[in-house]
Design a protein around this ligand. Structure first.
Ligand SMILES: Nc1ncnc2c1ncn2[C@@H]1O[C@H](COP(=O)(O)OP(=O)(O)OP(=O)(O)O)[C@@H](O)[C@H]1O
Length: 905
């Protein structure tokens, strides 16, 4: 599982619930997963087929979503396809039936229309799971009920032994139960994740639909248009989309429009352009809703409040799916909440009608909040939160509060005077002195309160009413689709202790609507503060790194165009952010970056490495940066610092890679701890490669006897074992002749994103791309030659010492201690500063060769040795060379000579 995550997805760690649920699925259990948008639910059905090598069936409501997912999976080297009306490749059906695909997508209609023979054939080949994505569509209690989903239970009988996996981002308790019942799921394992999307900022503003507001909006968003991330403006009507789209076009912004009245091919075209970053802004109705799989949407604006809080959560959740900071602004007008009738017309039952009303009501409440918006959202989905979030408009903008006792008294009294039979409009109109027919007809114009609230607009009064409801002074009652308001016991208590002139203080927070009106009069069209998407996406980067980030985005765009795919399918913005921070300069280091998968390394790795190297030079940035970046915190290089290659591993690697020695010869070199096995040397060298050291893989495969045939046998064995973690079961599946070394080599190459076919296919070792080591010539370096053989020894201790020019013996001791401690060794400095060497080892005699490490260790262990002793011990080296080496170590204050005896400092 772990290696599948790394190889195909380039991620090093599972997110919460992922491992646990995947294990349940692999155990054959039915699972229900309720986790936030962008939390990584797709992996639940994408990993099991790669582990079991059986097909995963995925039911998805939209063809466009399937196409996007298929495209992304193909970019990861995963065999995926979809069955549906827009599929033009006629062979997909028969390939699907014969189990060719790892992941096979289809709509519920398609799934129910496939013949039982199709299912029987595919079952024969192996189905590892049946996933129902957006599973809330199955429930009438859900906000997006689709009757085709209801029929999916007929497949339960056919696929009785296949685990069913239902996935959704929005499901209340009722909806969850409905999903389990509808799909006839058994002993279901349920995983409910947090709904909290911490990287999203939530803001709400009231507005009037008007041309001047649209102009302001266009002007505001045009400031932030660039290559870093895109934006969606959701509208509630087609008319609104057209108006905004036109204004954006007039302002020269690359915008697209998407709504249900457009033809499907047009919609498809726009969708493609948007996900390929050819459009900066998409103006859409909710027809462009579920199924947008674009991770780098930085800002979502709602021009009008959606019909339910679930829809809002889901639509705004399309933002920042890559985890980078992103913003969601919702603009509402009062008229948005008067559409209950219209929405309820779609209801199939009384319960559904009630559900629609409740959801709209929740959306309205969300808009009128004066408290933390995230807290409200989380509570709505049954999750408790710890305090205010600090990342919504109500938390970040200090709320104005004041004593509103007079206004509250007027409103509550007026409601009481109306007899509690009316909605909120009637008492407000009375307070504002209206002489409408309804008011005069009911004699309300004779009430003493008539006209006492003229100073405020009806919007202001409505906002106050919402505050009184939220604070328990007013009760809202639902009668059919109409709402009436009445006074709660708390409200009555307040009224009983007050009269028109004296009331006890009642301090309430002003909602943004109330505050706006008081500050700007009736000019309420002020926009919320939008944040620059480019700045958001560059979080954690310096100025130069941000430039590199933007340049790398362009390179990714260019590659995506060439390959006819979406930039995000190549890799996510968060991965580009890490590349800009870490600036890897070889394949092994590139593969170490979270989000870089094997396919990326082999397909685009070299192009990125070359560009990073060139651009870093231009921007004066050091490559192979190792600092801990805030946004790059998952990078494996950082995580592996503790388990870096030990000196023994480095020494083995150097002797093999640069000394040209065979594994056997390295194993035979006398050591204080005695000789080591050849297999140990091989493991050491592989470990060093995993830690980022360059390796001549072609030579490595040759010397370990790894052929393409063996590689293919090993791959089959891994598939049949279903795991890459344990070597023994894999070995047991293989012929005797295949060694553990072969298996380990294969796994390491996979881990590093190297294709055996490329490496073993090379005729000459020199043809292996990117495997040649650059050796800075300024590094102190000694070589000891005997019998015409040359063997070079890099100086771990002196290399470190030379970095920081030791000035005192104390300092040297510190460095020496470092060299003795496996954990403290600075792999990077030693790995980078490798000397040039001569690789002629033909005549090596097997005598012990003097290297700095070997000499140092020996001198340390013998505490005071003469030159003669040293030369005698290291017979593999000339006396002159040993002397040279000793004088260098002396010069570096690593050893000293006293009374002709050498000692370690
Ligand atoms: N373990 C992980 N480590 C890092 N990134 C991950 C991990 N799992 C998933 N992701 C990334 O998180 C992003 C969102 O994942 P995914 O599309 O699976 O979310 P989702 O829960 O299906 O969202 P939605 O409900 O919106 O469809 C993707 O870019 C995905 O590659």
């Amino acid at each position: 599982m772990q290696s599948v995550l790394q190889t195909y997805f380039g991620y090093f760690k599972f997110r919460s619930h992922q491992k646990e649920v995947i294990e349940k699925i692999l155990d054959g259990k039915d699972c229900l997963v309720v986790m936030a948008t962008g939390s990584g639910k797709s992996l639940f059905y994408q990993i099991p087929p790669l582990v079991t090598r059986k097909t995963a069936i995925v039911i998805s409501p939209l063809l466009s979503l399937m196409q996007d997912q298929v495209m992304s999976l193909k970019q990861r080297g995963i065999n995926a396809e979809y069955l549906g009306s827009t599929q033009t490749d006629k062979t997909v059906h028969s390939h699907a039936e014969s189990g060719t695909y790892d992941v096979l997508y289809m709509t519920p209609e398609k799934a129910c229309s496939l013949t039982s023979r199709f299912w029987a054939n595919l079952l024969n080949m192996g189905i590892c799971l049946f996933a129902v994505d957006e599973a809330h569509c199955i429930s009438e209690w859900g906000h997006d009920f689709r009757k085709e989903y209801k029929q999916l239970n007929m497949l339960r009988g056919i696929l009785s032994d296949v685990p069913f996996v239902a996935l959704t981002a929005t499901a209340t308790e009722k909806v969850r139960n409905d999903i389990i019942c509808s799909l006839n799921m058994n002993e279901t394992f349920t995983a409910v994740g947090s709904f909290d999307r911490q990287n999203l900022f939530y803001g709400v503003k009231s507005f009037n639909r008007s041309l001047s507001f649209v102009d302001d909006l266009v002007q505001e968003v045009s400031k932030y248009i660039n290559s870093a991330g895109s934006m969606i403006i959701y509208c509630t009507t087609v008319k609104d989309t057209e108006q905004i789209y036109e204004s954006l076009q007039n302002a020269g912004i690359k915008a697209g429009i998407y709504h249900g009245q457009m033809g499907s091919s047009n919609r498809e075209k726009i969708h493609r352009s948007f996900i390929k970053d050819e459009l900066q802004i998409l103006v859409a109705t909710i027809a462009f809703g579920m199924g947008i799989d674009k991770p780098n949407v930085r800002c979502i604006i709602h021009y009008g409040c959606p019909r339910s809080l679930e829809s809002y959560y889901q639509e705004s959740g399309r933002c920042g799916r890559d985890g980078l900071p992103s913003v969601c602004w919702l603009y509402y007008s009062r008229s948005d909440f008067t559409k209950a009738d219209y929405y309820c017309a779609e209801a199939h039952s009384e319960s559904q009608r009630k559900a629609i009303m409740e959801s709209l009501r929740a959306a309205e409440k969300y808009c009128f909040l004066a408290t933390c918006r995230r807290k409200f959202l989380l509570q709505y989905f049954g999750e408790t939160s710890n305090g205010d979030c600090g990342n919504c408009d109500n938390c970040t903008h200090a709320k104005k509060q004041r004593d509103l006792s007079r206004e509250c008294f007027l409103l509550l009294s007026c409601i009481r005077s109306c007899g509690g039979r009316w909605g909120i409009n009637m008492p407000i109109d009375i307070l504002r002195g209206s002489r409408a027919k309804k008011i005069v007809g009911n004699n309300f114009d004779n009430l003493p309160l008539h006209g006492l609230g003229k100073d405020y607009s009806s919007t202001w009064w409505k906002a106050l009413a919402a505050q009184l409801i939220a604070n328990g002074y007013l009760k809202e009652n639902l009668v059919d689709v109409y709402r009436t308001v009445s006074i709660s016991p708390v409200g009555l208590q307040f009224l009983s202790s007050a009269n028109t002139f004296h009331h006890r203080p009642l301090v309430l927070a002003l909602t943004s609507e109330m505050a706006d009106e008081e500050e700007h009069g009736n000019q309420k069209n002020k926009l919320g503060d939008h944040q620059n998407p480019a700045v958001l996406a560059c979080e954690g980067l310096s100025e130069a790194e941000s430039k590199l980030f933007l340049m790398l985005l362009d390179i990714r765009l260019d590659i995506a165009k060439r390959y006819g795919t979406a930039p995000y399918a190549i890799c996510g913005d968060e991965t580009i952010n890490r590349l800009a921070k870490m600036r890897p300069c070889n394949r092994a280091r590139l593969a170490n970056i979270d989000g870089i998968n094997q396919h990326f390394v082999t397909s685009y790795g070299d192009e990125f490495i070359t560009s990073i190297d060139k651009l870093s030079q231009e921007l004066n940035l050091q490559t192979d940066y190792e600092g801990t970046a805030q946004t790059a915190k998952n990078i494996k290089v950082g995580a592996s610092i503790e388990k870096r290659a030990t000196p023994a591993k480095l020494e083995a690697w150097r002797l093999w890679q640069h000394g040209g020695l065979s594994f056997q010869k390295i194993a035979e070199i006398p050591r204080n701890t005695g000789p080591i096995k050849e297999q140990t040397v091989i493991s050491y060298v592989l470990d060093a490669a995993r830690e980022g050291c360059e390796l001549n893989w072609s030579r490595f495969c040759k010397e370990t006897g790894l052929t393409l045939e063996i590689v293919s046998q090993i791959r089959c064995a891994i598939t049949s074992v279903g795991s890459r973690c344990k070597l023994k079961p894999i070995k047991e599946e293989l012929p005797e002749s295949v060694t553990y070394d072969n298996i380990k080599t294969c796994l390491t190459m996979d881990e590093l994103g190297l294709l055996a076919e490329e490496i073993i296919g090379c005729n000459s070792v020199d043809e292996v791309p990117n495997m040649i080591m650059e050796s800075p010539s300024h590094v102190p370096f000694k070589s000891v030659i005997r019998n015409g053989a040359a063997y070079s020894s890099p100086m771990i201790t002196t290399t470190i010492a030379s970095e920081s020019a030791p000035t005192s013996p104390d300092h040297c001791e510190t460095h020496l201690k470092q060299s003795r401690s496996d954990d403290a060794l600075d792999l990077e400095s030693s790995a980078i500063k490798l000397p040039k060497i001569c690789e002629n080892t033909e005549h090596w005699t097997g005598d012990l060769v003097a290297t700095e490490i070997a000499v140092l260790e020996w001198v340390r262990d013998h505490d005071g040795v003469s030159l003669l002793d040293i030369v005698e011990h290291f017979k593999g080296s000339e006396e002159e060379s040993v002397l040279d080496l000793l004088s260098h170590l002396e010069g570096e204050f690593v050893i000293f000579k006293k009374n002709d005896l050498y000692k370690v400092m």
